[in-house]
Structures are given as C-alpha cells and as structure tokens.
Write a protein that binds this ligand. Structure first.
Ligand code: ADP
Ligand code: MG
Length: 616
C-alpha cells in the first residue's frame, strides 16, 4: 500500500491551531494585552471597532522587537518566554506557547509596528493568512503596536458564527477587566468606535477596582489579607449586604493571572454561608500568590483553569481568610446586649402599629343548637355559612395568616402578593376555584379534572408576552416620577444600558440626561416601583453580560426574558385568591401556554379518570 500520511502545510496547521486559541474577538484582545504586559509596558492602549470584527489594536510602550524577532514572532511555537520544559513550571509570564500571534495571523489581516528601546528605527510588518505581505524599516515609537483587522476573513463559517457587535464587545470588556484588574500598576486606555471608555491610571488595587466598576464600589469593599507558607491571599470581598442575585463581580487571580475555579469559589460561598440569601452571589476580587512550581497552568489553551498541587489546603485557607475578614469588619451578626432594641426595628416597620393579640368570641355560639354539625347524620361539616363552631378558630386563623404574610414580606417583595393583576376584580365572580399549594403551585379545576400550575413560570410567560408586545407595538405606558431618581452605574454597565435604550424606552423607562457614572430616571414602567428600579436594572445588566448562548435570537427577546424573570412572582410568594384567578386567566390568554419563556413546562393536568384510577 502506498504511503498516505503527509505533514500539513504551515498555514493549514496554523489555521487549525487558531481554532483553539481564537474563538472570538475577545480572545485576540486577551492575547495581545497579555503580550503587552509580558513586554513590560507601563501604558497599554486597546482600540476596538465594531465589537472587534473590524479592528482590534493594542499599543504598548514595552521592550519592542528586533526585525528578526518581529518576523519570528509570527511563527508557530516561537517564543522568548520559555526555553525548556522545566521553564513551564516556573512561569513568570502570561504567554509561553508561542502560538497566539501565529494563530491570529492565520485568520486575519495583521499589521505590526515595533521598535526596541536602543534602536533608532523600527520595523513594519504586514501579514495576511500566515504569509508576510511586506516588511519594511519604519519610524515608530518605542514599543509595539499590533493591529488585527477583519478577523476570520478567510473562514466565513466562523465569521458568521460571531454574535452581534454588542455581545462581542461585552466579551472584550470582560477580558479587558480581567487584565486591567490583574495589573493595577499599568495604565490602561480602552477606546471603542472612537470614544474613550476607560482611562485607568496606575494605582493601588482598591483604586483600580473602583475605577473599573464605578464609585459605588468603594463602600462595598472589605480587605482580605492572609499570609501562609503555601499561599498569600490579598484583595477584597464585597460586604454581604451588597451580594447580588445575579453573578456579578467575582474574580480570582493566581500569580496575576485570571482564573476560574468552581472549587475555590465554593470556599468563598461557604464562608459567606448564613450571611447572604441562598440565591445571592457574593462579590470578590482575590489575588492568590503561590509558588509557581506548585501549579500547572498548561491544561487548557485559553488558560483560565489551572491545577493546584494542594487544592484542599488552599480551600481551607481561603475560606478562613474570608471568614476572618467578615468577622473583623463586623459584618457577621453578633449578639450585643447593650444595643438599643428600638434601633433594630426595620425601617419599614418603625411606624407600624403593633397589634394586640386578641381572642374573639362568638356570643351566639351554641354547640348544642339544632342547626350545627351533626355527626349522627353522617355529615361532618355544615355547608355554606362559616358561622358556628368554625368561628372558634377565627382569632387563631387571622393570626396565622398575619404571620404568614409577615414572613413573606421578609423573603420576597411585599408588593407582589397585592394587586399586580389589573383586571382582577372582574374575574372575581367567575366560579372557577383556585388554591395555592405550598406557595408554589396554583391548583384549579377544569371540566375534565384539575390543573396544577407553577406560579412563577406562569407569571414569567404572562410578563414575557406582555413585554414583547409593548416593545413591538410601542404602546408605552410609563409612570412619571415626581422626583427623578439618580442611580450609579459603572461605565461598562452604562454602555450595556445605552445599547438597550430604545427597547427600554418602549417598555416605559424614561431616562434623563447622562452624567458620568450616573443615570437619571424620570419614568418607570408601571409595574416597577421606584425602590425596585435599581435591582431590576442591575439584574438586567448581568443577564445581558452573561448572555452568550445562541438561544436568544434578538435583543428584545432577551430583554423580555430577563425582565420577566426578575419581576415575576416567585416560589414562596403568597398569592391571594383574586391574584391566583387573575394569573390563571392571564396565562390562558397568552399565545403560548404550555412552556415558560425558558422552555419549562408551566402546568400539568390531572384528569378525573387518572384520579379515579388512583383510588382503585
Ligand atoms: P507567547 O506569548 O506565548 O510567547 P505569542 O505568539 O503571543 O507567544 O508571541 C510570540 C513572541 O512574540 C513572544 O514570545 C514575544 O517574544 C514576542 N512578542 C509578542 N508580542 C510582543 C509585544 N507586544 N512586545 C514585545 N514582544 C512581543
Ligand atoms: Mg502571547
């Protein structure tokens, strides 16, 4: 048989490697920023156009490259950072594979200007699809500038696979945050489509975090510091009271490299246990310094996972360091007998009258009267009026329900169990009966049996369709605020909101003029209260920044989903009868009644024959 195996040509091999290294514009940003950091730059500029699809450029004032190095840097496995396999275990640089530039040059148009410090002139190099198009002597500042244009120009399938500019831009911002937070001692600039988004000057770590995430972050941060033989931990955690419902700012850095570690994340969750609601996520910025020989970062090409020699010890140290900080800064509840109890009353309850417990007695009650229950007749309960013996329990009953609504106020927002359903009264005469099961399901009867409806999913569906309708029909309803509220957001968050401005407007949000890190809100959709506005917008932002799956086909769809999720009644919310009925009716007025916006079944039916069968 003839030999059939061949070595692949370089440009093909590079293109294959590129598939691993470059998934989207943000991967290019990461590689270029890390190269600039490795080059010892003091100032790094990132310039991006159209979510990185048109241009990604990184300019640094680092060590630069000689003409030969400039040429070699685009070869595969060409690196100045390691020389032998042992070096892999004492890495002090971000890069080490020598694959990034070769991969990028295989799938984009690349231009490089570079000049080392001690040279008069520098080098200009232009690459297209792994081949050098031109190389010239050039007058250029000290350092390196690499511009990557038309990413995936030669792989249409990949290019079409890219998300909208906004989504790609968000991924780029995430990468930028990670590198900028890992290196507070470097100046960073970030321009998108010609406007300056970030101008971060070299500062302490705390200042850098505040620069990136906005002034409001300042009051949230609590320092963490722990030094042991195995690891040094530095950084900040966010106070428990600021924990968000959505995963927000959670950053681990190991030896100045951003990493993801579900295991270490769990260590922090367990330190916060009992201090935040189970569904809330703590924020943290933690920097671990370990002996480079004790980690292996050579696991994944995109290098956000690493392997530790002794994960269990790290877990324990991290957990206790975070606990220690939480305790030291009095963030954990403590028993204090000196405290004035009056000050402890939650604000909302301060002016409420306390109810005296009372026992109500029905003077007309006579257990031996003819009309009441008679077991002898075989009937246990008297139908109709609730007078009679049942009245005995009246006082108790109302007390119980008071307690119930009190606890629901505690866990979920109070407004929800009220009159969120506008046409509720109309349906009251309807003779369908409903009841709520474990504050989770609404049970109702239909001709053929019964329905068990998941209250939260049903409401999500109702809201989702309602929001979609108001966005497409632009039938805006808005409540003007007497006093506009001003909310603070970071620059990144503001750009996300700005992207969605038209849709938000169609939903009833009215924004005032913009100020730095402030958003003036003049009007809100009728169903969002002033107090909820910030939380709703926060959740919306984080929902958008996490959105990367292909299941959402449009921005309005994504927005409607996110809003319906955050505004719907939840499991645990007590609904009165009127609201239950209204919800059922609203659900069956929807176009789709079977599935929630997140494709989960909304209700199940139990037919009479099924019930009959169970009794056999
Ligand atoms: P790696 O970073 O893994 O070494 P790259 O393909 O990213 O691989 O870069 C190849 C080489 O090019 C680097 O090792 C470095 O010597 C050089 N290089 C890349 N970017 C820069 C830069 N901004 N300044 C100076 N040298 C650079
Ligand atoms: Mg590199």
């Amino acid at each position: 048989m003839a030999d059939i195996i061949q070595l692949l040509p370089d440009h093909v091999a590079n293109q294959i490697a590129a598939g691993e290294v470059v998934q989207r514009p943000a991967s290019v940003v990461k590689e270029l920023l890390e190269n600039a950091v490795d080059a010892g730059a003091a100032t790094i500029q990132l310039i991006v156009k159209d979510g990185g699809k048109t241009l990604i450029q990184v300019v640094d004032d680092g060590i630069g490259m000689s003409p030969t190095d400039a040429r070699l840097s685009f070869e595969r496995h060409a690196t100045s950072k390691i020389r032998s396999a042992e070096d892999l275990f004492k890495l002090h640089t971000k890069g080490f594979r020598g694959e990034a530039l070769a991969s990028i040059a295989a799938i984009a148009h690349v231009e490089m200007h570079t000049r080392p410090k001690d040279e008069e002139v520098g080098t200009y190099l232009k690459m297209e699809g792994s081949t050098v198009v031109s190389q010239e002597v050039a007058v250029t500042p000290i350092g390196t500038s690499i511009a990557v244009k038309n990413l995936f120009y030669n792989i249409p399938a990949r290019r079409n696979f890219l998300k909208s500019n906004q989504v790609e831009f968000r991924h780029i911002t995430d990468e930028f945050h990670r590198v900028a937070l890992a290196h507070p001692g470097i100046n960073f600039y970030f321009f998108h489509n010609g406007s300056e988004l970030f101008h971060l000057t070299a500062h302490s770590l705390k200042k850098r975090i505040v620069q990136v995430f906005g002034h409001k972050t300042d009051e949230k941060l609590v320092p963490v510091r722990e030094e042991t033989q195995v690891v040094t931990i530095e950084g900040f955690i966010c106070k428990p009271s600021f924990a968000k419902k959505s995963r927000g700012e959670q950053f681990f850095f190991v030896n100045d490299r951003f990493i993801k570690s579900p295991y270490l994340h769990h260590a922090i969750l367990s330190a916060f246990e009992g201090l935040i609601k189970p569904e809330a996520h703590p924020g943290y910025f933690l920097y671990l310094t370990v002996d480079p020989t004790s980690i292996d970062i050579n696991i994944h090409p995109t290098k956000t996972e690493i392997k530790f020699d002794d994960e269990h010890t790290l877990y324990a140290i991290l957990r206790s360091a975070v606990k220690h900080s939480l305790g030291q800064f009095h963030l954990t509840p403590s028993l204090d007998f000196e405290k004035d109890q009056n000050l402890e009353t939650p604000y909302a309850y301060q002016h409420k009258e306390a109810h005296l417990p009372g026992v109500s007695v029905d003077p007309g009650f006579n257990p031996f009267a003819e009309t009441t229950t008679r077991s002898a007749t075989g009937r246990l309960y008297k139908k109709g009026s609730p007078e009679g013996w049942e009245n005995l329990y009246m006082g108790l009953e109302s007390k119980a329900s008071r307690e119930e609504s009190f606890s629901s106020v505690h866990y979920e927002s109070e407004t929800i169990s009220g009159s969120i359903f506008p046409h509720a009264e109309v349906q009251e005469e309807n003779d369908t009966t409903t009841f709520q099961l474990r504050r989770k399901y609404i049970v109702t009867t239909i001709r053929s049996g019964m329905l068990i409806i998941d209250q939260s999913r049903a409401h999500q569906r109702v809201l989702y369709e309602k929001f979609l309708r108001s966005m497409t029909l632009k039938e805006t309803l808005s409540q003007q605020l007497l006093f506009p509220i001003s909310l603070s957001f970071s620059k990144g968050e503001l750009t996300i909101l700005k992207d969605m401005k038209d849709h938000l407007h169609a939903l009833g949000f009215i924004f005032g003029e913009e100020q730095e890190e402030q958003l003036l809100i003049k009007g809100l959709p009728p169903m969002i209260g002033e107090k909820e506005a910030e939380e709703v917008l926060d959740q919306l932002i984080s929902e958008c920044s996490m959105e990367s799956s292909s299941t959402n086909f449009s921005q309005s769809d994504m927005l409607a989903k996110a809003l319906s999720k955050s505004l719907s009644v939840k499991t645990g919310d007590l609904l009165d009868n009127v609201s239950q009925l209204a919800l059922v009716n609203d659900l069956f007025a929807c176009k789709e009644t079977l599935l929630s916006p997140f494709n989960k079944p909304i209700f199940i039916t139990l037919s009479e024959s099924e019930i009959d069968k169970k009794f056999n």
